[in-house]
Design a protein around this ligand. Structure first.
Ligand SMILES: NC(=O)c1ccc[n+]([C@@H]2O[C@H](COP(=O)([O-])OP(=O)(O)OC[C@H]3O[C@@H](n4cnc5c(N)ncnc54)[C@H](O)[C@@H]3O)[C@@H](O)[C@H]2O)c1
Length: 394
């Protein structure tokens, strides 16, 4: 069986789907790996490291299994053949054109975003491994761009008070942001609409911000539920009051498949002291701050609102190492003892992560999104229900 690793082409994408260490483990298991020349460049892995690890350099697009980081472009989807397997960040709930394209091409695709968050699949959880690095990086950006030191510092010229840091959203990224800001010496407050995380915030040395507007908004699968407009309104008012006291806000609040919740209004930004910094990790999905512009820094009344994109890519070497390990753990589930592809759709992880198979969009959320958006792609018709083998029988 051959695994292919194309060079990523998306803007700002420096990560690689496999790193040489993981290539070595795969080739030792008698799997063949074809890496496109330059695929590891952005992650500081020259071609020679891949060939030393047992990969061959060449065109990876004919491989049985293609490993990607960013979603394939239209031109890349056009190169895929029926029956090929593609694994990567495929934006299953928002990129309906891609889901339709992959189904139309008869490709079996797995979106790492929908790997079930169960204990057995933790080692495959790419969403978490990358969010963790993103949370870390967002605090480093805040620390670099803030006019204030994070730690308290006593010097001959006087004592500097520690920075006050508020982290909004305490999922994987937010908890890492809290831990990182704490390590840097900040006085950290964390907030989330899921009250269950209060204990986690406190265990990292943060204070949990209690609000009156929302007591608990835990929804399905451990994710937050969308708030009502009234809850949102009251929450934004309380957060505006809390924002005034902060030197730094790092916001990470998200609800899968939806635009990011708006937590910090333009007025709340205007209420903050000049020199304060907001790093909005939700910039890619619309931002938690009203003034956020994706990929840009907006300055309002001396407050910087930073909207970084693809933070894990900024630490491409470690991000790729963790992602490659996630993928190889997932691959292991997909192979039989002889290293041949043996997809067991009765396995909760395989079934849960599957985006498209045999011309159908298999993931329920992706299917609903695709049905709601017009337009089909060329190729076999996208079937919206599983194929019944007797249905087509004469
Ligand atoms: N294998 C596992 O068991 C596993 C692994 C990782 C995460 N999880 C769980 O999955 C869930 C989601 O984690 P995630 O990091 O992917 O979350 P996420 O990226 O979807 O969202 C980030 C955080 O934003 C919060 N949020 C949403 N709306 C908000 C609002 N209006 N105001 C403030 N905060 C808001 C969410 O509650 C979440 O904590 C959590 O319960 C987490 O513990 C489980």
């Amino acid at each position: 069986m051959r695994i292919g690793v194309p060079k990523e082409t998306a803007e700002r994408e420096r990560r690689a789907a496999l790193v040489p260490d993981v290539v070595k483990q795969l080739t030792e298991k008698k799997l063949q790996v074809t890496v496109e020349s330059g695929a590891g460049e952005g992650a500081s892995h020259p071609d020679s490291e891949y060939t030393d690890a047992g990969a061959e350099l060449g065109d990876p697009w004919g491989a049985d299994v293609l490993l990607k980081v960013a979603p394939p472009t239209d031109a890349e989807v056009a190169r895929l053949k029926q029956g090929q397997v593609v694994i990567g960040f495929l934006q299953p709930l928002t990129n309906t054109a891609l889901a339709k394209g992959l189904a139309g091409a008869g490709v079996t695709s797995f979106a790492v975003e929908v790997i079930p968050r169960i204990t057995r699949a933790q080692s495959m959880d790419a969403l978490s491994s990358q969010a963790n690095l993103g949370g870390y990086m967002s605090v480093l950006i805040a620390a670099r761009d803030s006019g204030n030191l994070f730690p308290m510092m006593t010097t001959a010229a006087g004592t500097i008070a520690p920075a006050k840091v508020l982290v909004l959203g305490a999922g994987v990224a937010g908890l890492q942001a809290i831990a990182t800001a704490k390590r840097l010496g900040g006085v950290v407050t964390g907030f989330d609409v899921r009250s269950v995380v209060k204990e986690q915030v406190e265990s990292l040395g943060g204070r949990f911000l209690e609000v009156e507007a929302v007591k608990d908004a835990e929804g399905e699968g451990g994710y937050a539920r969308p708030l009502t407009e009234e809850e949102n309104q009251r929450l934004r008012e309380e957060l505006a009051a809390a924002a005034k006291r902060q030197d730094v806000i790092v916001s990470t609040a998200a609800i899968p498949g939806r635009p990011a919740p708006l937590l910090i209004t333009a007025d709340a930004v205007r209420g903050m002291a000049p020199g304060s910094v907001i790093v909005d990790m939700a910039a890619e999905t619309g931002g938690n701050c009203e003034l956020t512009k994706p990929g840009e820094t907006v300055i309002e009344g001396g407050v910087q609102v930073i909207g970084p994109l693809n933070l894990p890519s900024e630490m491409a070497q470690d991000a790729s190492a963790l992602y490659a390990k996630n993928l190889s753990n997932l691959l292991e589930l997909m192979l039989d003892e002889e290293g041949k592809l043996a997809l067991d759709f009765d396995d909760e992880v395989i079934a849960g992560a599957c985006l498209t198979h045999e011309g159908e969009i298999r993931n329920e959320g992706a299917r609903d999104a695709a049905q709601a958006s017009p337009g089909r792609v060329s190729g076999p018709e996208v079937r919206e229900t599983p194929v019944d083998p007797e249905e087509d029988a004469p």
